[in-house]
Design a protein around this ligand. Structure first.
Ligand SMILES: NC(=O)c1ccc[n+]([C@@H]2O[C@H](COP(=O)([O-])OP(=O)(O)OC[C@H]3O[C@@H](n4cnc5c(N)ncnc54)[C@H](OP(=O)(O)O)[C@@H]3O)[C@@H](O)[C@H]2O)c1
Length: 383
C-alpha cells in the first residue's frame, strides 16, 4: 500500500530553527516480519504484523524516487571489510526489500565487481521497476590511468592499485560492465565515485549525459564532490544528488554541501551513517577487527574514541528504549531528520542487521527529542 505521511524536518534559517512538514511518499509493505528487542543490536525476537512506513524521496526532479533507507552494499562485497558471506549479503538485500528498502547502492570497486554481482543476484525475480539501482564509476583497479587513489588487496589477497579515473571511454566501458554484473539494462542513478583531477569534469559529465540519452542511465549523481565541483558539473548535466559522508561524528558537510544542496534542490545521500558500526554502540574499547577490515587501526576506533562515543551513546540510550528501538535505529532516525539529508545509505552484513536498519522507520522523533540528542552530541567534538 502506498500513501503519504508527514515527516517533520527542521531547517535552520538565519540561525533560527524553522519547521517544515514534508510530504513524503510512504510505503507500507504488508509482510510478517520481526522486530528488535529494545537496546539490543541484533536481537530479533517478536513476530509482529506491523511493517515500517518507508519514506521515499525523488532525487531532484529526475523521476527517480528512492527509499530514504537505502541498502549500502560495500560490506556485502567484502573488500576492506575482511571478506563477505555471499548468502548473508543476498539475504540482507532481500530482507530489506521486504521492508520497503527498494533502493540499493553499490559500486564496481566494492569487491572488484563482486558487490554488483551480489546485487544482481539479490534482485533476480524482483520487479525491475520496483527496485532502484544506484551504482558508480570512476574507481579503476584494472587500469593504471588517472589519479592514483590507493594500494589495496582484493578479496583473494592479491595486491592492487586503484585509480580515480573518469575519462569518457572508461565510463562507457564501466557502464557496460556494471549492467552485465547487475543483470539489468539500465541504472537508476549513476554516480561518479570520487572526483578525478586528471579529467575535466565536462568530459566526464558529457559521457554520463550520453548514457542518459541512450536510456542506460536514468539520473546523474556524484559522490565526494565539493560545492565547486558540483557547480562545474551542472554546466554540462543536471545533477540529481551528491553522495557524501555524514554521521553524528562526521558533520563537516553541514557548512557547505548541505546549504548548497538545499538551495539548489539536490538530494544528499549520506554514507556511513552508523560510522561503520561504531554508532550502534556495539563496539568495545580495544576491540580487535579482522585482518583486511578497514576499522583495524582506524582513528575513530581507537580505545579512547570508542569510549568517548559510547559515553555519549549511553546518554541517548534511554530515549531509544522509550521508542522500543536500538541505538542504531535512533541514530538513523536522527540522521534522516537533519536538514537537507534525503537518504541514509546503510550497510548490513546479514538479514538481521538489514531488518533492524529498515525498522528505523518504525518511529519518528519530535523536535524536543532531536534537540535533546543534539545537546548530548555537543560533547562529541571532532577528533
Ligand atoms: N561514496 C563513497 O565513497 C562511499 C564510502 C563509504 C560508503 N559508501 C556507501 O554507503 C554505504 C553505507 O556505509 P558503510 O557501509 O560504510 O557504513 P555504515 O552503514 O555506517 O556501517 C555498516 C556496518 O555497520 C555494521 N552494522 C550495520 N547495521 C548494523 C546493526 N543493525 N547492528 C549492528 N551492526 C550493524 C555492519 O558491520 P559489522 O557487522 O561488520 O560490524 C555494517 O557493515 C556503503 O555500503 C556504500 O554503499 C559510499
Amino acid at each position: 500500500m502506498t500513501g503519504y505521511c508527514l515527516s517533520m524536518t527542521v531547517y535552520r534559517s538565519a540561525g533560527q530553527p524553522t519547521f517544515f512538514l514534508k510530504r513524503l511518499a510512504c510505503h507500507n509493505l504488508n509482510s510478517q516480519t520481526s522486530v528488535n528487542k529494545p537496546g539490543s543490536n541484533v536481537g530479533l525476537s517478536h513476530q509482529l504484523t506491523t511493517t515500517p512506513q518507508m519514506e521515499f524521496q525523488e532525487l531532484d526532479n529526475s523521476g527517480v524516487s528512492v527509499s530514504r533507507i537505502t541498502f549500502g552494499s560495500w560490506a556485502a562485497g567484502g573488500w576492506m571489510w575482511g571478506g563477505t558471506e555471499q548468502n548473508d549479503a543476498v539475504g540482507a538485500i532481500r530482507a530489506s526489500y521486504d521492508l520497503g528498502v527498494t533502493s540499493i547502492d553499490t559500486a564496481p570497486v566494492y569487491g572488484m565487481g563482486f558487490s554488483e554481482e551480489i546485487v544482481g543476484e539479490a534482485i533476480k525475480g524482483l520487479p525491475r521497476d520496483k527496485v532502484q539501482i544506484l551504482t558508480k564509476f570512476g574507481m579503476r583497479w584494472d587500469l593504471a590511468k588517472g589519479d592514483f587513489a590507493m594500494k589495496t588487496k582484493d578479496n583473494d589477497g592479491h595486491d592492487l592499485d586503484v585509480y580515480k579515473y573518469a575519462g569518457r571511454d572508461s565510463i562507457i566501458k564501466e557502464c557496460e560492465n556494471s549492467l552485465r554484473r547487475l543483470g539489468t539494462d539500465y541504472i537508476d542513478l549513476y554516480q561518479q565515485h570520487w572526483p578525478d583531477v586528471t579529467t575535466p569534469i565536462d568530459e566526464t559529465m558529457e559521457a554520463v549525459a550520453r548514457l542518459i540519452e541512450q536510456g542506460k542511465v536514468r539520473a546523474a549523481g556524484v559522490s565526494n564532490y565539493s560545492v565547486a565541483q558540483m557547480q562545474e558539473a551542472e554546466k554540462t548535466v543536471k545533477l540529481a544528488s551528491n553522495q557524501v559522508p555524514y554521521s553524528m561524528v562526521r558533520r563537516d558537510i553541514e557548512k557547505d554541501v548541505v546549504p548548497y544542496c538545499i538551495e539548489n534542490h539536490k538530494a544528499i545521500l549520506v554514507y556511513s551513517p552508523l560510522q561503520l558500526g561504531l554508532l550502534t554502540g556495539k563496539v568495545k574499547p580495544g576491540q580487535e577487527f579482522a585482518e583486511g577490515d578497514l576499522r583495524r587501526g582506524h582513528r575513530l576506533f581507537t580505545p579512547e574514541n570508542v569510549k568517548r562515543v559510547n559515553d555519549v551513546l549511553n546518554k541517548i540510550r534511554p530515549l531509544a528504549e522509550t521508542k522500543n528501538a536500538s541505538l542504531g535505529q535512533l541514530v538513523l532516525r536522527w540522521t534522516l531528520a537533519q536538514p537537507g539529508i534525503s537518504v541514509a545509505l546503510v550497510g548490513a552484513r546479514n538479514p538481521e542487521q538489514a531488518v533492524q536498519n529498515a525498522r528505523a522507520m518504525d518511529f519518528q522523533l519530535t523536535f524536543e527529542e532531536i534537540d535533546f540528542i543534539n545537546k548530548q552530541l555537543r560533547e562529541l567534538a571532532p577528533v
